[in-house]
Each structure stands twice: as C-alpha cells, then as structure tokens.
Design a protein around this ligand. Structure first.
Ligand SMILES: Cc1cc2nc3c(=O)[nH]c(=O)nc-3n(C[C@H](O)[C@H](O)[C@H](O)COP(=O)(O)O)c2cc1C
Length: 230
C-alpha cells in the first residue's frame, strides 16, 4: 500500500453517534449529540463521553453528575443531527422534535422513550484534556426495547438499525455480520461454516468517477512527508 502520512487529527472511524439527555438542578431538560464516546470498563460497567465546556449539556451534567446515553436508529438520524447542531440555550430540542422524555429509573436525568436503547450513567470523574473534558461514568442501568430480544432473552442490537458516524457522515449499520468474537479460532463447525466465505484481502469501495487522490487544502497542510523510499 502506498500511504500518505498525516499528523494531528484523530482519524478513528467509525464511531457511534448518540444523543445524551440531562437535566439541571432546576429541572430543565436537554439533549445533545456526542460522537466522542466509548466503553471503558466492564466491571464496574463504565463508559466515557468527551464534552466541550461551552455546551449547555456540559453545565447540566457537571451540575447533577448524571446523564443518559440514547442510541438512535437509522430513522432517527435527523433528530440526532439536530440535537448536535442546535443548542438547548436557543430552543427546547426535546419539545421541538416531539420526543418523549421519561424520568430515569436509577438517576434523575431523563431518557428518550422513542430511542431503542437508553443507558443511565453517573459521572465518577471529569478529566480536562484540552478542547474537551472527558467524563468517566458508571452505567447504573439500561432500558432496551423488548422487540430487540429473542425468546431466550438474548439482545439483538443488530436488529435495531443502529447508526455509526464516519468522518462527518452518518451510516446505517450493516445487517449481516462478517464475523463474531473468536470466530478466527473457532472449532465449532457451525461457526466455521457460517463465516467460511470471509476471506482475507483488502477491497475498497472507491466510486469510479471520483478523483480520490485530490486532497483538500486543509489536508494538504497537515500532510508532513511523503515517503519516497519505496
Ligand atoms: C455527529 C455529532 C457529534 C458530536 N459530538 C460531540 C462530542 O463528542 N462532544 C461535544 O462536546 N459536542 C459534540 N457535538 C456538538 C454538540 O452536540 C452541539 O454543539 C450541540 O448543539 C450542543 O448542544 P447543547 O448546547 O444543547 O448542549 C457533536 C455534534 C454532532 C452533529
């Protein structure tokens, strides 16, 4: 592969895009979108979100140390984007979007009833990093749409049409898995057979007519060296 070398920017893609709900001490509710989020611990169950201090949600969450992560599905991508471009300082986003906020079970922060998965969190630590502060939070409990559970109680997140966020755009999650945990070393013939068609090679989906070598001015500035030794 002939690779360009970039410095700086976090090119971690794709990431989730989620809507965070919170409530301040006066009872005012808000929702905003976060893509800088991730699972950070299994036990205790913990996740993180990175928030810029200028967000209204930053104020709310710092005040109460609680928030809920709401996972949108592909049909809620417009609402998800809206919550990420409009501030609760200017408009009541939950009301404007006709979303139903329900009181949390474990915390006072609300959750969005229409979103298939809601994860209630209590903030344990806030780490200032630079543009963003990292909120480390413990998961107190979750609400999951019963329709996503099979007769054995197994949760099928893959049925939920969840979305991911890649370099400024939203994408639907693929419907079929291309592997499962441990399948590369599986002995179970059913699992071996299930993924037998998955081969190891690199294939891109590059649109034919586009000139993919064209770099934007911003990217050109960041490009520091071209590896000429081949
Ligand atoms: C897809 C997407 C992802 C975003 N991710 C973050 C994030 O991780 N952290 C953050 O502070 N803001 C993020 N934002 C921006 C906030 O959601 C946005 O500034 C929002 O309007 C803040 O709302 P608030 O002032 O009501 O809290 C993101 C926006 C979008 C559209």
């Amino acid at each position: 592969m002939n690779k360009e070398l970039f410095k700086g920017s976090v090119f971690l893609n794709p990431v989730p895009a989620v809507v965070i709900t919170s409530k301040n001490k006066e009872g005012k509710e808000n929702a905003f979108t976060v893509a800088w989020t991730g699972t950070i611990c299994t036990n205790p169950p913990m996740l993180s979100i990175a928030i810029r201090p200028e967000r209204l949600s930053y104020e709310f969450i710092k005040e109460t140390m609680e928030f809920t992560v709401n996972l949108p599905n592909s049909f809620q991508v417009r609402e998800t984007d809206y919550c990420g471009v409009i501030s609760g300082r200017d408009i009541d986003k939950i009301k404007k979007l006709n979303l139903t906020s329900k009181p949390g079970h474990h915390i006072s922060a609300p959750y969005l009833a229409e979103f298939p998965v809601n994860i209630e969190c209590k903030v344990k630590q806030i780490i200032p990093l630079g543009t963003h502060d990292l909120f480390l939070a413990e998961v107190m409990g979750s609400h999951i749409d019963k329709k996503l559970m099979d007769e054995n109680g197994k949760i099928h997140f893959e049925w939920a049409n969840l979305i991911n966020y890649c370099h400024g755009e939203y994408f639907p999650m693929a419907k079929k898995p291309i592997g499962q945990f441990g399948f590369s070393v599986a002995k179970n013939p059913i699992i071996i057979e299930k993924f037998a068609h998955i081969k190891s090679y690199v294939e891109y989906s590059i649109p034919k007519k586009e000139n993919n070598n064209s770099l934007t001015k911003k990217h050109k500035k960041k490009k520091i060296t071209k590896n000429k030794k081949k």
